[in-house]
Design a protein around this ligand. Structure first.
Ligand code: SAH
Length: 348
């Protein structure tokens, strides 16, 4: 590896930032030595704050209805072949019960942007989870809503919110979404979530169609400026019933490199090794942890609906019960030298 790239890795480790050209140098180099050097630094940064802990979040995919039409996503409105379902409040609470007894202390409610879940309904669900589990964190991942709605759900007891910005480049955003969706609105939502008091997560797909190094540098700069507490990144994976069916999937290696880079930029961030990463590469989640990730998000949705929440093809873990998933993950994680813990896992 070129010595100047080692120097860049050192600079990133020490200062948490690089110039655009320096970021480009790192992103464009596919030398495995650079990759391992960044990963080693990322692991030690992570361990300074979180030791060997890996936090688990129970993901409840509660609706596959969506009013949006994101070109990459399998549950987009215009996909007539998508199987649609909604979970009732009781079904959601029963997922939480199962999760709680398995040791989960964070529940993530994720779904399409489904108008059925009005503020009243959503606040009712959040409020009931809050009453039943005062010791748990409640994370929402339900897309773009208005400021008063974010506030109302925070008041009902939601603590955290995941809203990937998807890409920090306006034109690239325009090529991934129909005209009716707005880059400015998505970004505005992130700032409003912050103001409403949430612990906020942003993030992007790696290798989405049309994405180039310049776009990724913009993502890194946005992430540096926004300083999210959580950063969700997974490879883009095509879905057969979308316009991007024939596009190439993102790469494991680039996803891992970005996990390491972001760990060095935001040492205390909560970064998941995503299901998409585990789908693209059978050892993807373990590799994610070794690259600096410290969160896993196993599925708590009822097995009967798992396959219907199909954002991309061949998604893993759609067949097993939650108990089976967590057993499997514990084994996988212990082989990496890390250890799943069951506290809420708030940011350090
Ligand atoms: N409706 C919510 C939740 C979206 S699903 C929202 O708008 O935030 C969660 C994430 O899955 C998305 O933010 C997107 O980054 C990712 N995703 C969607 N389709 C994907 C695909 N084909 N490959 C990989 N990730 C995908």
């Amino acid at each position: 590896m070129k010595p100047d790239l080692y120097l860049l890795a050192d600079k990133l480790e020490k200062t948490g930032n690089l110039t655009d050209e320096e970021f480009a140098g790192i992103l464009l180099c596919d030398d495995p030595d650079l990759f391992e050097c960044l990963a080693a630094k990322a692991r030690s940064k992570k361990e300074e704050h979180y030791e060997k802990k890996v936090f688990i979040r129970g993901l409840i995919e509660f609706t596959s209805y969506c009013r949006n039409n994101c070109y990459y996503c399998g549950i987009r409105r215009d996909n007539r072949k998508a199987a649609r379902y909604r979970l009732s409040k009781d079904e959601i609470l029963s997922c939480c019960d199962t999760g709680y007894s398995l040791g989960f202390r964070t529940f993530v409610l994720q779904g399409g942007e489904d108008p059925y879940y009005t503020d009243d309904i959503m606040a009712g669900i959040v409020g009931d989870i809050r009453d039943r589990y005062p010791d748990c964190a409640i994370t929402l991942s339900i897309g773009e809503r208005e400021k008063h709605s974010y506030q109302r759900l925070a008041d009902a007891g939601a603590d955290r919110y995941l809203l990937r910005h998807e890409t920090a480049d306006r034109d690239h955003y325009g090529s991934l979404h129909p005209e009716e969706m707005s880059f400015d609105h998505r970004m505005k939502c992130l700032w409003e979530l912050r103001k409403a008091g949430y612990t906020v997560g942003c993030g992007m797909m790696i290798g989405s169609p049309g994405q180039n190094t310049e776009h990724l540098i913009k993502d890194l700069k946005f992430i540096k400026e926004f300083e999210p507490e959580m950063v969700g990144m997974g490879p883009f994976i095509p879905h057969k019933d979308t316009a991007f069916a024939d596009e190439k999937a993102g790469s494991t290696q680039l996803t891992l490199k970005l996990i390491s880079v972001i760990r060095l930029m935001l040492p205390k961030a909560l970064i998941p090794a995503t299901t998409a990463l585990g789908t693209l590469d059978p050892a993807g989640r373990e590799k994610g942890l070794m690259a600096g990730a410290n969160v896993l998000m196993p599925n708590l949705s009822p097995v009967s609906v798992r396959k219907k929440y199909s954002l991309y093809d061949n998604k893993i873990c759609t067949g097993e019960e939650a108990a089976e998933c967590i057993r499997c993950l514990k084994e996988r994680v212990s082989k990496t030298g890390y250890e799943i813990v069951t506290d809420r896992g708030d940011p350090a």
